[in-house]
Write a protein that binds this ligand. Structure first.
Ligand code: SER
Length: 886
């Protein structure tokens, strides 16, 4: 049975049974604790917690999921994948254990010609939480399962929660017995390869705190209702129903492997090392395309970093398979073709996805060649020292800085006939992991706060936002926090967080910076420096008590700083205009990837399929935007349904989750966007938009920065003054400046070249004079002197060789010292006759180098080194003399 059919049957089964089909959420949800959505229940979390009433009692979804903690295991086993689809059914206070078991049982065991999956009921096993007698009784009653196919397991296996504070509950897992050829008898308890988990039914009833009932800790409370959250692994069911060996061989994954076979000329199944690479490519291609589809671009932290790792692991695996040409796009196309029947946006948005993968592959290929140079140097060093092992530190640096996985380094080392000090490498990796863990643990602290906020939300409901209509309001303090804890009062000088029943303050969101202002009470005042929304619906005012004592429940007048709000709003309107201008100029695949609206300035990031924006196009965009300002369009905002907004052609951000009602910001037919931010009333208020720069901020993503209003004007004035000043200095008219400066630069270049030539000649000329000064030490001519000023590096070596040349056939040693910046460098050269007498340059260095606090080495004819003690040069010359006399 094809995967698309498995998914279709799942949805049909639950729809028939009263469930509302809900589309998969984006992989990116506003949940500070999750990098990516990793289970079907994530988008429903507020319904389980009771933060928001569920809009339907029953729901079903096919959720795209990404789990990356085991990224290094992918491919090595056939069980791990970073991308998978979870089919789920959910009950929000509606049916509970009985319903969940009935629905799951009928779908998996109903015959295929009756719409089920047709699994043999005799081969189904289940596990339950160790004390869940109720579930055991239901399994016997509904499925007729015998005692021996129901196993009790502890919290580690049969208690489910998100791994962080939130909803949780005991669960019951359904397994399919693949048969004795796949492992030992004895059920899931004995062997989870033979008995493969296909479905997890979670009886969601508890709220867990920092500590989980998984580990035997009591829950911190019960949820308002008893709920059901189930998750069926779509790919796992597919591999069982398609009668293949594992997930990688199923209909939606295998085609990527086929593409890799085609490009590499190798075959999957021929050898294990290559198979791992094939599987890495297949899995990562799916997860990365899905992640990019939801709006992530490669970067150096958070989601962007995960994406970057996934893409780079593909490129490296492909390289190890012998694919030398760029290949990411080829794999992405296969993913598009297999996945777009379920996720049509992958096809409609493919141009953007393609731009991102192309950009990243290009960047990475240049990083790789840099890494390869480092690798070659390291190999040369090892060989020179007569060793056979590449130090673990080098392997680690390659991994850390150049993104070389250890297997690539091992492979390349093996090709060079070397081994790698893997123990040292592993030790360094462990150390890094420990640091990362400590880091992550620290960041979790934030959660304590979230539960405090949630308590306020539970009691007082969401903050009423008045900021679209007014800049001040009479409000009441419904929450007061100091250091993340609720307090009854706070004193002058203390930093506080204040929650109001209603507020005109805009909380930072959608790139728009927060409002600042004051909260004035009868006998106190609070300066508001920032406003954030750590929990959906709440606005938290952060600031300092500047006078008096604040108490919970007090009344305040909340006043937004109007000048800042106006400046930020101008910037935000400017961003919409620049967005529209960029799309008009570059086409619709230039999609917004981020923005910042600050007082007087804006930043707009977008994916650019064609790389850098041509400066002429940039000028056009700027001109067009300014003409829209001049036509002084009205900026209208209104609420409408998501469908209607789509019909109106409003621009939406990819990967953003919108509710059914959306807010549209409209500037005539020039720009129409979904947006929750604040704006000016007419475009004329902006006065002027001045584009400052356009640059790259990562593969495929460009950034435009611009100034708005008076800031734009001031910038223009400053530039004008600067140009006038330059024109004065150069005694030229402003429009002649470029030519004048070009001329100057050219003359300077010629002068520098002449100077260099003269200097080199002078150095050469001094060779004869230096050779004339040679002293005779028992038949060996020694020239040991400090070189003329300004001679160093290459010049020093050339000079030493020239002096040696002047010594001709005589046995001779030349030692030149150069002193600069408190350091000494030196070069020693020997004539052939001297070498025949046993004087090797490299061997002479240790005789005198300690006198200048240094060391060095090299070949018998030429060696060099350096030291840190210029005062020791005379002593060094003495040492050299005695060494030669010896
Ligand atoms: N939330 C559960 C899981 O992820 C069931 O959907 O396994």
């Amino acid at each position: 049975m094809q995967t698309h059919e498995i998914v279709r049957r799942f949805t049909a089964h639950f729809e028939k049974n009263g469930h509302t089909p809900v589309p998969s959420a984006s992989l990116i949800l506003e949940d500070p604790q999750l990098l990516f959505v990793n289970a079907g229940m994530v988008q429903f979390k507020p319904y389980f917690l009771g933060d928001v009433p569920a809009p339907y009692p029953r729901a079903t979804s096919i959720q795209k999921c990404v789990r990356t903690p085991d990224i290094d295991e992918v491919g090595k086993t056939t069980r791990h994948t970073t991308f998978f689809q979870m089919a789920g059914n959910f009950s929000f206070g509606d049916y509970f254990k009985r319903g969940a078991i009935e629905f799951a049982w009928s779908l998996i065991t109903n015959p295929q010609d009756e719409g089920g999956y047709g699994f043999d009921p005799e081969r189904i096993w289940v596990t339950v939480y160790y004390d869940d007698d109720e579930a055991i009784a239901l399994w016997k009653e509904i499925a007729g399962l015998p005692d021996e196919r129901i196993q009790r397991r502890g919290g580690d296996d049969n208690y489910w929660d998100m791994g962080v504070p939130g909803p949780g509950g005991p669960c019951s897992e359904i397994y399919f017995d693949r048969g004795p050829e796949f492992g030992a008898d004895g059920g899931p308890e004995a062997d989870e390869d033979r008995y493969l988990e296909i479905w997890n039914l979670v009886f969601m009833q508890d709220e867990r705190g920092e500590l989980s009932p998984k580990k035997g800790h009591p829950p911190i409370g019960t949820l308002p209702h008893k709920n059901i959250d189930t998750g069926m692994g779509v790919e796992r069911v597919a591999f069982l129903l398609q009668d293949v060996n594992n997930v990688y061989e199923t209909d939606l994954v295998r085609p990527v492997i086929a593409k890799a076979e085609e490009l590499s000329g190798k075959r999957y199944g021929d050898n294990e090392a290559d198979d791992v690479r094939f599987r890495v490519i297949a899995d990562h291609a799916r997860s990365s395309v899905m992640i990019i589809g939801d709006g992530v671009t490669p970067g150096n932290e958070g989601r962007g970093y995960v994406l970057r790792r996934l893409l780079r692991r593909i490129v490296r695996s492909a390289r190890l398979l012998g694919i030398t040409e760029p290949c990411l796009l080829e794999f992405a196309k296969v993913v598009r073709d297999t996945m777009s029947p379920t996720y049509p946006e992958l096809a409609s948005d493919f141009e953007r996805i393609a731009a991102v993968v192309r950009g990243e592959e290009e960047t990475f290929r240049s990083t790789l060649s840099a890494g390869e140079k480092i690798f070659e140097h390291a190999v040369t060093d090892v060989r020179k020292a007569g060793g056979h092992t590449l130090p673990g530190d080098e392997a680690f640096q390659l991994h850390d800085t150049y993104g070389f996985p250890i297997d690539l380094t091992l492979e390349m080392a093996a090709e060079a006939g070397l081994t790698v000090d893997q123990d040292r490498f592993t030790a360094l990796m462990d150390e890094q992991r420990r640091r990362a863990k400590a880091d992550a643990a620290e960041r979790k602290v934030g959660f304590v706060d979230a539960s405090v906020y949630r308590a306020v939300l539970d009691t007082h409901g969401a903050t009423d936002f008045l900021g679209y209509q007014t800049l001040d309001s009479e409000s009441r303090i419904v929450g007061l926090l100091r250091d993340g804890q609720t307090v009854p009062a706070a004193e002058e000088g203390e930093s506080v967080e204040v929650l109001l029943d209603r507020t005109p303050f805009y909380a930072e969101a959608g790139g728009q910076l927060a409002d600042t202002g004051v909260l004035k009470g009868d006998s106190f005042q609070i300066r508001v420096d920032d406003v954030q929304s750590p929990v959906a619906g709440l606005r938290v005012h952060r600031g300092v008590v500047t006078a008096g004592t604040v108490t919970l429940d007090a009344s305040v007048v909340a006043e937004v700083d109007p000048a800042r709000r106006a400046a930020v709003s101008r910037a935000h309107t400017g961003t919409h205009l620049v967005h529209a201008g960029v799309r008009n100029a570059l086409g619709s695949s230039a999609a917004q990837a981020g923005s910042l609206n600050a007082p007087g300035r804006l930043r707009f990031d977008f994916t650019s399929p064609t790389g850098a924006v041509d400066p002429a196009a940039l000028v056009e965009i700027e001109e067009e935007v300014n003409s829209v300002l001049q036509s002084d369009r009205e900026v209208q905002t209104y609420e409408t349904s998501l469908d209607e907004a789509r019909n109106l052609g409003a621009m939406m951000l990819f990967g953003e989750k919108y509710g059914d009602r959306v807010r549209v910001v409209d500037m005539g037919d020039y720009s129409r966007e979904l947006c929750g931010g604040t704006h000016v009333r007419r475009t004329g208020e902006l006065g002027m938009v001045r584009v400052l720069s356009e640059s790259s901020i990562g593969s495929g993503v460009r950034r435009v920065e611009a100034l708005v209003g008076l800031d734009a004007f001031q910038h223009a004035t400053t530039e004008h003054l600067l140009v006038n000043q330059l024109a004065d200095q150069m005694k030229a008219r402003p429009e002649d400046l470029p030519e004048r400066i070009n001329g100057l630069v050219e003359r300077l270049r010629i002068a520098e070249r002449d100077l260099e030539k003269h200097r080199a000649e002078a150095v050469l000329a001094s060779a004869g004079a230096l050779a004339d000064k040679a002293e005779d030490l028992d038949g060996t001519a020694l020239v040991a002197v400090t070189a003329p000023d300004g001679v160093s590096g290459n010049d020093l070596r050339t000079l030493a060789a020239d002096v040696r040349g002047k010594l001709g056939d005589r046995p001779g040693v030349v030692a030149l010292f150069a002193v600069a910046d408190g350091k000494v460098s030196f070069v020693v050269a020997t004539t052939k006759a001297a070498r025949d007498n046993g004087f090797a340059a490299g061997k002479l260095i240790p005789e005198f180098a300690p006198a200048v606090g240094g060391r060095g080495g090299g070949k018998p004819d030429l060696a060099q080194g350096g030291g840190t003690d210029p005062a020791g040069v005379d002593a060094a010359v003495q040492k050299l003399r005695s060494a030669i006399r010896k």
